[in-house]
Write a protein that binds this ligand. Sequence first.
Ligand SMILES: Cc1cc2nc3c(=O)[nH]c(=O)nc-3n(C[C@H](O)[C@H](O)[C@H](O)COP(=O)(O)OP(=O)(O)OC[C@H]3O[C@@H](n4cnc5c(N)ncnc54)[C@H](O)[C@@H]3O)c2cc1C
Length: 407
Amino acid sequence: MDYDVVVVGAGPAGCLAAKYAAKNGAKTLIIEEHASIGSPVQCAGLLSTKAIDACEVSFDKGFHPISGAFVYAPDGRRICISGGEIKAYVVDRRLFDRTLAENALRSGAEILMRTRACGIATRGNRRILHVTIEGEPDVIEADVVIGADGIQSSIARWTGLGTSENVLCGAQVNTVYDFDCCDCVEIFPGSCAPGFFAWAIPYHESARIGLAVRPTVTPGPKSRSISQSQPGSACWHLKWLLSEHRVVARKCRSGMTGLVVGGIPIGVLQRTAADSVLIAGDAAGQVKPTSGGGVYPGAVCAKIAGRVAADAVREGDTSARRLSEYDRLWRAEIGRELAIGKRINEWVARLGDSGLNRLIKVLDDDELLDLITRYGDMDYPSVVLRKLLMNTKSVGALLKLAPICLR
Ligand SMILES: Cc1cc2nc3c(=O)[nH]c(=O)nc-3n(C[C@H](O)[C@H](O)[C@H](O)COP(=O)(O)OP(=O)(O)OC[C@H]3O[C@@H](n4cnc5c(N)ncnc54)[C@H](O)[C@@H]3O)c2cc1C
């Protein structure tokens, strides 16, 4: 088998990279190790309207609209950020990823399922992918390999491009929950999810309740009743959240219909291009550190990767130097936003419960809530941060909290 571009991984990043490579004239193949696209799901499925546009997927009546968020301080105070306008949708990632794969096929890409990349070698200026197809060893040759193989990317490791600096551990259940408002998500920062936050996301009649934690942060509240899973792990915190959290435990029915666990990379790779290789999506750490959302940044970057790969093949130059155009272009598009997001994530993680209580108390103000509603953007949090730093009411409080974060 011989292709211009081979994409490893049929997640959102892989499908969009393949779509753009094929659209730009490259003979393109996607390989996916699983038997069906979008499974297993490792996602809450909350996508901003911008993310859905970036994925080039049209509105589907199965999407659940979201127009706002309740953010709960650890002491129970809550603020509501909602302008009534639809900002995001909750989707079924299985169906969503399949639509992306079909779009790639429509653009001319091919897909091989149950095909796993097992190794990569170089022959001249081409790459040889060692694979198993339905368990049988085989090889596929390519001018460019795009590694869109998720958080544990083998392609990035094998080609010396490394892995993300930090990985958050996520866990989520599907269950039934009494939402106060069926088009608002609920967010719980603080020690219930050390280093990140917990969430309750409505999806039609059901709910996705989950959290992500930073493994290096000391475990939060302890309870004897949850000692089955390892203390400090995402599942341990999730059990505590569901059974003992002052808000979640009250609103959540016991029992669950599904469990999702997975990692969220925080921090982008230093280099995402090597000779005949590009890395995109979670594999490159292209995830928003403020929300853990990887679909939007992955889509933006993967489309650039597909186009650059096809252009390089056409020009007959797939050297690292030529392919580094991808690195330059995606960093120019969202690199700064991801870097600011990482700083915000670190800053909030250091606040602790008392700092968060103080912060949310300050933000519980009509003028500031109006400002957050107007300028809040799930994909570009730096916009609202800049506005808050320019506001006389919030800047004083933010500066007072700064020493906690510098400790
Ligand atoms: C608990 C949790 C909740 C989340 N919630 C959200 C959310 O609400 N919104 C959001 O935007 N993001 C969310 N994310 C993140 C989001 O799921 C990822 O950022 C996104 O799926 C990344 O897409 P990707 O295409 O880069 O990688 P993936 O979706 O991980 O796809 C990689 C693909 O590569 C395949 N693969 C891997 N290795 C090989 C191999 N050797 N050979 C062949 N195939 C291979 C895998 O099978 C997989 O299909 C969440 C993550 C977690 C863990």
